[in-house]
Design a protein around this ligand. Structure first.
Ligand code: 13P
Length: 251
């Protein structure tokens, strides 16, 4: 059976005081869950806090972005080896907010995924279409173009050590969730695309759905055959809500 994962993406939210309560709650309640792994991807300044509260808890932590370069004169950037210093297990790459607001292209996302793998961490590779693209009927060509660019950099061997997150842009932070059938259709399409290159990797690949997942809709989404968990934005900032989502992913 494929590994189930629920990862929180805190985006640019948090403070020392608020995080402490949330992290301590997760450490005591989420680490012991059987049948699902839980993780939080926090803003860079809070990685040390995440590491100190979550170490030994069974809950993993990670970052939301990283540079493709290992070090250098790149003011304001954060390198993957720095994330390794803070015990990160996951790094989100290619989130639609990075793609649209910070102009990250497919090739750069692939280079970032490669850098993350080179330092022994797991990239959570995000793909997803905009509303305009969905309405134009090009969802499949968009997500396969995005995934192909990553496979071009890391190969199917690299993908085997990665997680893919399908996040339709029109469902992110809008309260408008893809229906389980809509999400499943894209997950199945992506899994077939990977399986066509390497059947074992396609079968094993953990694929998360993201976009307005909440306690109320998590179970129906995670119940679909090719949805192995979720990448959770807003709802990951509320302990009870996030815990209910993690529990809904238990197979
Ligand atoms: P929301 O769950 O807030 O819609 O965000 C989804 C997301 O972007 C996770 O990466």
């Amino acid at each position: 059976m494929r590994r189930r994962l629920v990862a929180g993406n805190w985006k640019m939210f948090g403070s020392n005081a608020r995080n402490q309560l949330l992290l301590e709650g997760l450490a005591s309640r989420a680490g012991g869950l059987e049948g699902v792994s839980c993780a939080v991807c926090v803003p860079f300044p809070y990685l040390h806090q995440a590491q100190s509260v979550l170490s030994e808890s069974g809950v993993a932590w990670g970052a939301q972005n990283a540079s493709q370069w290992p070090e250098g004169a790149y003011t304001g950037e954060v390198a993957v080896p720095m994330l390794a210093d803070f015990g990160c297990q996951y790094v989100i790459v290619g989130h639609s907010e990075r793609r649209s607001l910070f102009h990250e292209d497919d090739q750069l996302v692939g280079a970032k995924a490669k850098a993350v793998l080179e330092h022994g961490m797991t990239p959570i590779v995000c793909v997803g279409e905009s509303l305009q693209e969905r309405e134009a009927g090009v969802t499949e060509s968009v997500v396969s173009r995005q995934l192909d660019a990553v496979i071009a950099e890391i190969g199917t061997e690299g993908l085997d050590k990665s997680v893919v997150a399908y996040e339709p842009v029109w469902a992110i932070g809008t309260g408008k969730t893809a229906t389980p059938d809509e999400a499943q259709a894209v997950h199945l399409f992506l899994r077939h695309a990977v399986s066509a290159r390497n059947a074992d990797v396609g079968e094993r690949l953990t694929m998360l759905y993201g976009g307005s997942v909440k306690a109320a809709n998590a179970q129906s989404l995670f119940g679909m055959d090719d949805i192995d968990g979720g990448l959770i934005g807003g709802a990951s900032l509320k302990l009870d809500e996030f815990m209910a989502i993690c529990e809904a992913a238990i197979a």
